[in-house]
Design a protein around this ligand. Structure first.
Ligand code: SAH
Length: 218
């Protein structure tokens, strides 16, 4: 156990050396046991700071990119955060560790089920600050159930690449909030984009190249 904890500390130090400076984000990454979100035979590689296969052609994101996106989203404790693309549940657990309540949408029900199991094994609550709600559906439309009072979101993080910025996601952004997502063609290098809402203004910014699995609308 101690060996794997050392590996995690080393990974966080490397991510800090690559330029992620937000101490809260680094602490969040240091607090989530990534080996709990991958298959047993991949646990050895959980801290290699790369993507890993999670089944059904999908991947758990590279921790460095999870950190960059969490930092870019400008998350404050107490926020309500929407994640599109639950995958393994790892990214949602890192976001929740920032003291926020996370709603995360996954289109593949078997992955959503597994993510719930991973989150429970990691001791992540299913609601409240530090909690994660896993929802099955198409996150391209955001998440705005009637009467639930969830949207607008303080931050929206999308972990699958969209050919274009989904309008619904921009529309569900709170004033002062940020949408962070990869934009670009499947199989190509995509641009990590942040769109910040200031009143009626939406300010886009390119944060660098990334490579994600596609955002799929059914
Ligand atoms: N954040 C995840 C990374 C998941 S990879 C992690 O930490 O493990 C992206 C995920 O987005 C895949 O599981 C894929 O099935 C899902 N996805 C793709 N299109 C989607 C959509 N329109 N709505 C919700 N999920 C989607």
């Amino acid at each position: 156990m101690a060996v794997i904890d050392d590996k995690r500390r080393r990974m966080v130090a490397q991510i800090a050396a690559r330029g992620v400076t937000d101490e809260r984000v680094l602490a969040a990454l240091g607090s989530v046991r990534r080996e709990r979100f991958v298959a047993d035979h991949l646990a050895e590689q959980a801290y290699d700071d790369g993507p890993l296969a999670i089944g059904l052609g999908q991947t758990i994101s590279q921790p460095y990119i999870v950190a960059v996106m969490a930092e870019a989203a400008g998350i404050e404790a107490g926020d309500r955060v929407l994640e599109v693309g639950t995958g393994s549940g790892y990214g949602a657990a890192v976001l929740a560790a920032l003291g926020v309540e996370v709603w995360t949408i996954e289109r593949l029900a078997p992955l959503a089920d597994e993510a719930r199991r991973h989150l429970a094994a990691e001791g992540v609550p299913t609601e409240g600050p530090g909690g994660v709600h896993v929802i099955v559906g198409d996150g391209t439309a955001g998440y705005h159930p009637e009467g639930a009072g969830l949207a607008p979101w303080n931050a929206i993080v999308v972990t699958a690449a969209a050919a274009e910025v989904p309008r619904a996601l921009v529309a569900q952004l709170a004033d002062g909030g940020a949408l962070v997502l990869p934009v670009g063609a499947v199989g190509a290098v995509q641009a990590l984009v942040r769109i910040r809402r200031q009143g009626d203004r939406f300010e886009p910014e390119h944060l660098g190249p990334v490579r994600f699995v596609p955002l799929v609308s059914d």
